[in-house]
Design a protein around this ligand. Structure first.
Ligand SMILES: Cc1ncc(COP(=O)(O)O)c(C=O)c1O
Length: 360
């Protein structure tokens, strides 16, 4: 048969979504399964979001505001940046794709640490760019000096995931300063801060405050995690005005829906509640880390809303054993397991499953 799609995409792994909880519960014959696999915050939509969405639904026969004017103004005000520097999109993953499309021609290179966010290889390959993966340090973080060394004349973009998904490790200011100074000025550095709101280490910089004015830096944020809008798809980036203007030209038209815009505006009014929820997550993150270390798992310090269990070749068996006990976690065979911080009750169920899995 005549081939219709690109042969180079055949080898690309599929993005793996967390398993469906209802399916698993049915399969196991239990009342409820829990999902700690997709880094969502478990406390429901923020107050006011359901009402804002309900109201916005009445106008969905019309196209959204393509300029996303009000929302970009609010984001701009919140971070003290000109709204012309803000671009929104259908989740920050879509914006990462647009960034690749805006910077790379076929054969150009995108450098990133590995293991990191599993969408990076898909984004690079989808755009016809070449992935240059730099292995994580022994401590599961980015090896920034090796990343600098991996930059060539073909490199157009670098992803820095801070804190890193799936390991939770975070880069501190001094090392990031040094790295950004070392990157050629014609290479775009994307500081992906999907988990910024969970950072408690004062040495880990807020990229918008610290690096937002650098000419070759883009800061990528999502409202899927701390802001509770994963199902509505709402991400944004802040770039220099000329970079933002180019990105806006190639972003999929109308890809920030009317409903997502309304929900994001309502959510952004709930900063205190977001902070309260994040502190619950952070307290549970510490409890989980300590409990897992007591089980002899060498969990690195996490600055995100998940913890990393570097189980090596025990990864798949551990993830399957948890699943058999109704707890869905995310295994990255053969490196480790990422577990999202849930409610205290969910975390207790996970810890019981983990202990049983390790002893089986
Ligand atoms: C590091 C990182 N960046 C970006 C995203 C994408 O988030 P979204 O597309 O939901 O905004 C994720 C989601 O898991 C992530 O972990």
């Amino acid at each position: 048969m005549t081939r219709l799609t690109r042969a180079d995409l055949d080898a690309l792994p599929n993005y793996v979504p967390g398993r469906n909880v209802a399916d698993l519960a049915r399969e196991l014959g239990i009342a409820e399964a829990i999902k700690l696999a997709s880094n969502e915050v478990p406390y429901g939509p923020l107050p006011g979001v359901v009402e804002a969405v309900t109201e916005a639904v009445s106008s969905v026969h019309r196209y959204p505001d393509m300029g996303v004017v009000r929302l970009r103004e609010v984001i701009g005000e919140r971070f003290g940046v000109d709204p012309a520097r803000v671009v929104t999109g259908c989740g920050s993953v879509a914006l990462a794709e647009i960034l690749a499309k805006s910077t790379c021609l076929p054969g150009d290179e995108i450098v990133y640490s590995w293991r990191s966010f599993e969408a990076y290889p898909i984004i690079a390959a989808g755009g016809g760019a070449t992935s240059v993966r730099v292995p994580n340090t022994a401590g599961h973080g980015h090896d920034l000096s090796a990343m600098t060394g991996a930059i060539t004349d073909q490199t157009r973009m670098v992803f820095v995931c801070n804190p890193n998904n799936p390991t939770g490790t975070a880069l501190r200011k001094a090392e990031l300063d040094r790295f950004l100074d070392s990157v050629p000025s014609d290479v775009l550095v994307v500081l992906d801060e999907a988990y910024r709101e969970f950072v408690t280490d004062p040495e880990v910089p807020d990229a918008l405050e610290t690096y937002g004015d650098r000419h070759n830096v883009v800061v990528l944020r999502t409202m899927s995690k701390a802001w509770g809008l994963a199902g509505l798809r709402m991400g944004y980036l802040v770039a220099q005005p000329e970079v933002a203007a180019t990105i806006r030209k190639v972003v999929t038209p109308f890809s920030t829906s009317t409903v997502a815009q309304a929900a994001a505006l309502a959510a952004l009014e709930q900063e205190d509640e977001v902070r309260r929820r994040c502190s619950l997550v952070v307290a549970e993150r510490s409890r989980l880390t300590e409990a897992l270390r007591k089980l002899s798992i060498d969990v690195p310090e996490s600055q995100a809303n998940f913890v990393w269990l570097p189980l090596g070749d025990r990864t798949a068996a551990f993830a399957a054993a948890c699943e058999n006990r109704g707890v869905i976690v995310r295994g990255f065979q053969p490196e480790g397991v990422r577990v999202t911080v849930g409610t205290p009750e969910e975390n207790d169920l996970f810890l019981a499953a983990a202990e049983a899995a390790l002893n089986s």
